[in-house]
Design a protein. Structure first.
Lengths: 232, 304
């Protein structure tokens, strides 16, 4: 049986690699390895409008991390620390709406989860240290990730995949203030920040604030791939 | 409905935004932009050699530039200046094999052209300055060269590049490579540089299987990409169940020879990939072993 094809949204950035210093389409390899290790076949989707034809060949989609979501999309002025990529926002909003409309299995990570909340009418905290009074979700002085627990709601998709609680790796300075029409199903017990959102009306639509691709715990990818296989 | 064009990609440490020296999947954005400007929808294909099933989600394939092809694939030992990436070789071999068997339009650029030649039984010059006596095909690290090429009349290369400013099939191209095609295998050579170096190869029996040694994506020459997208629209082969294909066997593909089917039919085709006929699972691992034997006693096998 063919492996399900999972689309991964991709950065378009000025990048330096080898002898190159150029505009590139680029994505951390860890996302690809997590999908391949979980039985999927990754293809990378660059920011592109105006249509969503690319969804046609996909069995599932993964919205990856990256820059801040443009606050204009939830009706706010940008905070001084907010850095946006409007091209990526426009392309991914379009893709996400179409993917959800088609009930395509969807996993959203970090920025992806925040975008998902905005797509569902929610809004974000633009700079968590201003709200929480600490930088544990993106420590200013290394190591790269902040580590903290997340507790998951009984009966949720997140609970079915991950159990009562997980220890997670965080790297974000924004957070979900209002999940809109999504259901929040996971929180950091230390500050009650929302860490997981999902749409229980869909087969598989879940966003997490941390970075499972940079851990050895790939259960969320395995669950995405399993849902995508059901769609194939 | 835009055709979906898969582009093979690098895995390298890269630095961008807040990230430094992060292992990443990437290609120069010029490839993506060229496909988009030509009316296609680009997706990137990270290296993966498990199977070529992803070809079922594509309408065309671009094998992008990059490292040297492993000389073992054409039965030679690596020269002192040959730097290859076996992971990419394996992955692209699997993809190329599947794409050719499925009748997908294929464009090979630089390294991609060299892989096309090797896949059709050809072999490469491992260090071109040793052969032509100059480094004009790669003047310096990170610097493109420029030289003339002459295109064969009536070839696909000539059709998509044009006759040049003087209508004589002579055009100027950008160039950045230190290896080159020594033997195109079963492909036809349809462009040569002024010094005789092979600059384009193609399969005259296919609507669009073309390799170019230069970099049209960097030159902003969209015609090659527009022709690829047009071929993806109009000549998408309809795969039929086929028996297990022996090495060197012929792919079984029915060409409709008609205009592009409606979007929903093509969608059904893509969705139906799980039900397609028996796949040729033989990867490059086995082929590489054979190539090793071939180095001692005969030519390595071809994939088409």
């Amino acid at each position: 049986m063919s492996r399900p094809v999972i689309g991964l949204t991709t950065y378009a950035e000025e990048a330096r690699f080898g002898l190159n210093d150029t505009f590139a389409a680029v994505l951390p390899l860890a996302y690809v390895q997590a999908v391949h290790n979980s039985g999927g076949r990754a293809v990378l989707i660059t920011p592109d409008t105006p249509d969503v034809d690319v969804l046609d060949g996909l069995d599932g989609i993964l919205f990856t991390g990256g820059s801040d979501v443009d606050p204009a999309l939830y009706g706010e002025e940008p905070h001084p620390t907010t850095h946006v990529k409007p091209e990526r926002d426009a392309a991914e909003m379009l893709l996400m709406r179409a993917a959800l409309e088609a009930d395509l299995p969807t996993l959203a990570i970090c920025r992806g989860m925040q975008l998902m909340a905005v797509v569902y009418g929610g809004r974000l905290h633009q700079h968590l240290p201003d709200v929480l009074g600490h930088d544990n979700h993106r420590p200013v002085s290394g190591p790269k990730f902040g580590i903290h627990p997340v507790e998951l709601a009984q009966g949720s998709l997140a609970h079915a995949v991950l159990g009562d609680a997980v220890e997670v790796n965080s790297f974000h300075h924004q957070g979900v203030a209002d999940p809109g029409k999504l259901t929040a199903t996971g929180w950091c017990p230390e500050d009650n920040l929302i860490e997981v959102v999902e749409d229980p009306a869909l087969r598989f639509a879940i966003g997490v604030q941390w970075h499972p691709e940079d851990t050895t715990d790939h259960r969320l990818f395995a669950a995405l791939t399993a849902a995508a296989r059901g769609a194939a | 409905m835009r055709p979906i064009v898969g582009i093979t990609s690098y895995v390298e440490p890269a630095s961008w935004g807040v990230w430094t020296e992060q292992e990443a999947v990437l290609v120069r954005r010029s490839y993506v932009d060229a496909v988009k400007a030509a009316g296609g929808r680009a997706v990137l294909l990270p290296p993966d050699d498990l199977d070529g099933d992803v070809v079922g989600a594509l309408d065309a394939l671009i094998i992008a530039g990059g490292a040297d092809i492993s000389p073992e694939l054409y039965g030679e030992r690596p020269g002192p200046l040959t730097v290859s990436n076996p992971e990419r070789d394996r992955a692209e071999w699997v993809l190329l094999r599947e794409a050719l068997a499925d009748g997908l339009p294929v464009l090979g650029i630089c390294r991609g052209m060299q892989l096309l030649a090797v896949a059709h039984g050809g072999r490469l010059h491992q260090h071109l300055p040793d052969v032509v006596g100059t480094d004009k095909h790669r003047p310096a690290p990170g610097v493109y060269g420029s030289h003339g090429v002459t295109l064969s009349p009536d070839s696909l290369a000539a059709a998509v590049v044009g006759d040049g400013p003087d209508d004589d099939g002579h055009v100027e191209v950008n160039t950045y490579h230190h290896q080159a095609v020594a033997d195109p295998g079963t492909l036809a050579v349809t462009a040569r540089a002024d010094d005789g170096v092979v600059e384009a190869v193609e399969d005259p029996a296919k609507p669009y299987v073309l390799g170019v040694q230069w970099h049209p994506e960097e030159a902003g020459d969209l015609r090659i990409f527009e022709a690829l997208v047009a071929a993806a629209r109009s000549s998408h082969g309809v795969p039929v169940p086929r028996p297990r294909m022996a090495q060197g066997g012929q792919p079984t593909t029915v060409r409709t020879g008609q205009a592009a089917p409606p979007a929903h039919e093509r969608a059904a085709h893509r969705r139906g990939r799980a039900h397609r006929g028996t796949r040729v699972a033989t990867g490059i691992h086995k082929t590489a072993n054979r190539a090793g034997r071939g180095a001692r006693g005969g030519r390595p096998p071809t994939i088409v």
